[in-house]
Design a protein around this ligand. Structure first.
Ligand code: ADP
Ligand code: MG
Length: 720
């Protein structure tokens, strides 16, 4: 019987490019044509209705029924024109992907298409099979989705998609989006207050996000011939190819033609949906690439990232490719992350992380800059938890991606500025004195933006006018880390405001009060700043001395969601109650268990059904060969050695797999979710995965390539 691997290889040889025809040579001709947000509402709604929506969006207030009906009728006409036959509330449950349930506009009875305001604003999907961490008991399975008017609706696959939050009938958040919206509100309020120390006219501040999304692309047929990729998005076996990424010849190299077609195609789809994709390039590992949109308000950027991943999946199949977002699909090669570029921008368009040549603005810049560093220090554990997943565990701390230790990199120039501020004694100002010059913060040149000293090993780096949160996994919903970051910084900004106000009340001049508090923060948050090599052994030791958490796996990292400090933080800003935190914690653990369980099963199945039979068959051939040689009186020592090697590794695979199965049986009986997750981590993943893989990868080296069933790394990664 022909092996799937060879059929796939044959298909790859004969692949043709699938040409892409942009709707117009000018992107502006089709940008956003499939989206319906505030901009489109402005042109299509009557002015009084628009004013009401705009107000609701700005203030986060509900929309009344009449307004909703008016919007719905306009949206219906627009969507039908775009060819939509159905509508759906589009939401982001804690499964990590997006969910939708479609309803037809067409009503058989009246023979008309209907779409009421009530259907726009709220729906009740049967929520019983979405994870709720025990919040919804089965008899109260109802949850509802509620329209988020701040994020544009869109038409995709003949369906009008309405971005929504997903909450339980009793009001608890069951998704990623509801907490994010609340955290956004918290940072808006907190940052606006701080701005008012410097500029009375600031009325709001929004967090902005630009995600650089890394991904792998494989040929679809080769992908299909790898059950581990199909079932778990990760290769559990596979010997390193002779050539990996050591030549560094892929990074920024010319994009392979079929991949280029795919990129163009999905970018057009994204642009039509109003997703501002902008940058594309090859990444470091073979077959690894990156796409980055222009930054947007964080809630919209989050929705757009989820939507973009969805579009990429679909379009990749059309090109006989398969996009992989897993954080570590291939051992020995770089994994994929999602660098979250984050900044705070006022309603006047001032980026609060932009250093300036004006002294006053620099004090404002430093206030936000230092508070962010302090927030990362205060909540390092929670930030780590926010990026924890089974997939990201293979990446964080894997000698490539950022380490699991949370530190902040700011570059030499800003380190000097902070040192100056910290050590420059007690500043006394007389009228006319230029305190800013004395402090060395009168001018902070913005050349730091230009790559002067970027540190790729840092999980959280300042890059000129924004922070870059790099520890986020490629496959994750960015809402979780962005919720934590916004909350942590909001809280720090509020503490800063109170501390400064207290000094002012005690008679201190405002600028001096600000500097005094900043100086304290610079001192107390110093341990989180690190400019060196984040992958080095010394840093691990140093970080331990500095008391920075270094948590290597998800079950342990997730504990940070349940400590007092985190719960208080979430409660204080009404983002999640303690009950909701517990539920989330439980869901994330369950998810972790399932992932490891699936990987363990795939390993077992592949080993027993694919690897062992193939190796045994080959071993039998060698035995016949050894006997033949012996019969002819020829030395068969070399063959015997190979047979022994194969036997050794075969034994190792068998024993490993059977032991692992027994362990799983034991662990599955553990009642407590956290204990079970820890056992899956320590007693399954750590104990067996590497051990079994090592033996299988050795067998791959020995067995005749003609008989090996799984596409090899060199085929998966270098053929397109
Ligand atoms: P890099 O050199 O790190 O690749 P880029 O300038 O290409 O930096 O930007 C990477 C991402 O950062 C893009 O998505 C971009 O839109 C985003 N970005 C740039 N400036 C900001 C900002 N002020 N706030 C948030 N994101 C930003
Ligand atoms: Mg970057």
């Amino acid at each position: 019987m022909a092996i799937l691997r060879f059929k796939a290889l044959e298909l790859v040889q004969n692949r043709k490019r699938i040409e892409v025809h942009p709707p117009s040579s000018k992107i502006s001709d089709y940008y956003s044509i499939n989206a319906f947000g505030i901009k489109q509402m402005k042109y299509t709604l009557s002015p009084d209705i628009f004013e009401k929506v705009d107000y609701a969006v700005q203030k986060g207030k509900p929309i009344d029924n009449n307004t909703a009906d008016a919007i719905a009728s306009v949206v219906k006409i627009w969507a039908l024109e775009k060819g939509a036959t159905h509508y759906t509330h589009w939401f982001q449950p804690l499964t990590g992907s997006t969910a939708e349930k479609h309803d037809a506009f067409y009503d058989v009875e009246s023979e008309l298409e209907h779409f009421k305001g009530s259907a726009l604003v709220q729906q009740e999907p049967d929520a019983s099979s979405f994870p709720s961490g025990g919040i919804r008991s089965t008899f109260e399975a109802r949850g509802y989705t509620a329209w988020d008017p701040s994020s544009p609706m869109f038409v995709l696959n003949n369906t009008l998609c309405i971005p929504t939050v997903f909450v339980s009938y009793t009001g608890e958040a069951l998704d990623y989006k509801a907490p994010l919206l609340k955290a956004n509100e918290a940072i808006n309020k907190a940052a606006t207050k701080v701005c008012r120390f410097f500029d009375r006219n600031v009325s709001s501040v929004h967090a902005y996000l630009g995600c650089e999304q890394e991904y792998f692309v494989l040929d679809r047929a080769l992908y299909t011939a790898r059950p581990d990729l199909v079932m778990g998005s990760r290769t559990v076996f596979g010997h390193n190819p002779a050539r990996g990424q050591q030549l560094d010849d892929h990074y920024f190299g010319s994009i392979p033609p079929r991949i280029y077609d795919f990129m163009q195609d999905f970018e057009i789809e994204c642009l039509k949906l109003g997703i501002p994709v902008r940058t594309r390039h090859n990444e470091v590992a073979p077959s690894q690439f990156e796409v980055a949109p222009s930054f947007e308000e964080i809630n919209i950027a989050t929705d757009h990232n989820q939507l973009m991943m969805d579009v990429m999946e679909r379009v990749s199949l059309k090109h006989n490719l398969k996009v992989i977002f897993h954080e570590k699909p291939f051992a020995g090669l770089n994994g994929s992350g999602k660098h979250n570029n984050w900044s705070l921008i006022t309603n006047d368009g001032v980026n609060l992380f932009q250093p300036s040549s004006s002294a006053r603005e620099n004090l404002q810049f430093l206030s936000f800059f230092v508070c962010t560093i302090k927030a990362v220090h205060e909540h390092a554990g929670l930030l780590r938890a926010s990026v924890a997943s089974a997939g990201n565990d293979y990446r964080l701390g894997g000698q490539e991606a950022p380490p699991a230790i949370f530190s902040v990199f700011i570059g030499k120039q800003l380190t000097d500025v902070l040192d100056e501020l910290e050590h420059n004694g007690n500043i006394k100002v007389k009228k006319g004195d230029n305190m800013y010059v004395k402090l060395g913060i009168d001018k902070i040149p913005s050349i730091i933006q230009d790559n002067t000293d970027r540190n790729r090993t840092s999980p959280f780096a300042f890059t000129g006018n924004k922070f870059e949160f790099r520890a986020v996994g490629a496959d994750s919903n960015v809402a979780a880390p962005m919720t934590v970051l916004n909350l942590a910084v909001a809280d720090q900004l509020n503490k800063f405001t109170s501390a400064v106000e207290k000094e002012i009340d005690n008679g201190m001049e405002r600028r001096l009060a600000i500097i005094k508090i900043l100086r304290e923060y610079i001192k107390t948050s110093k341990p989180v700043r690190f400019e060196g090599d984040g992958y080095s052994e010394e840093w691990i030791k140093e970080a331990a001395k500095r008391n920075l958490p270094n948590v290597k796996d998800t079950p342990r990292a997730l504990k940070a969601y349940l400590n007092k400090k985190s719960i208080q933080l979430y409660k204080k800003y009404h983002v999640c109650s303690e009950r909701e935190m517990q539920a989330r914690h439980e869901i994330l653990l369950e998810n972790y268990i399932l992932k490891i369980q699936i990987e363990a099963r795939i390993m077992g199945d592949l080993a027993l059904n694919h690897i062992i039979p193939t190796a045994v068959a080959y071993q039998n051939k060698l035995i016949a060969n050894a006997n033949g040689l012996k019969g002819l009186g020829i030395d068969n020592g070399a063959v015997i050695t190979t047979i022994k090697e194969i036997s050794k590794h075969l034994e190792e695979v068998k024993v490993g797999v059977y032991e692992m199965i027994e362990e799983r049986k034991r662990i599955n009986k553990i009642e407590d979710v956290e204990e079970r997750a820890l056992a899956y981590c320590d007693d399954i993943k750590v104990k067996y995965f590497e051990r079994i893989r090592y033996a299988v990868d050795k067998l791959e080296l020995y067995v005749d390539s003609e008989e090996w069933p799984l596409p090899k790394y060199r085929e998966l990664l270098f053929l397109r």
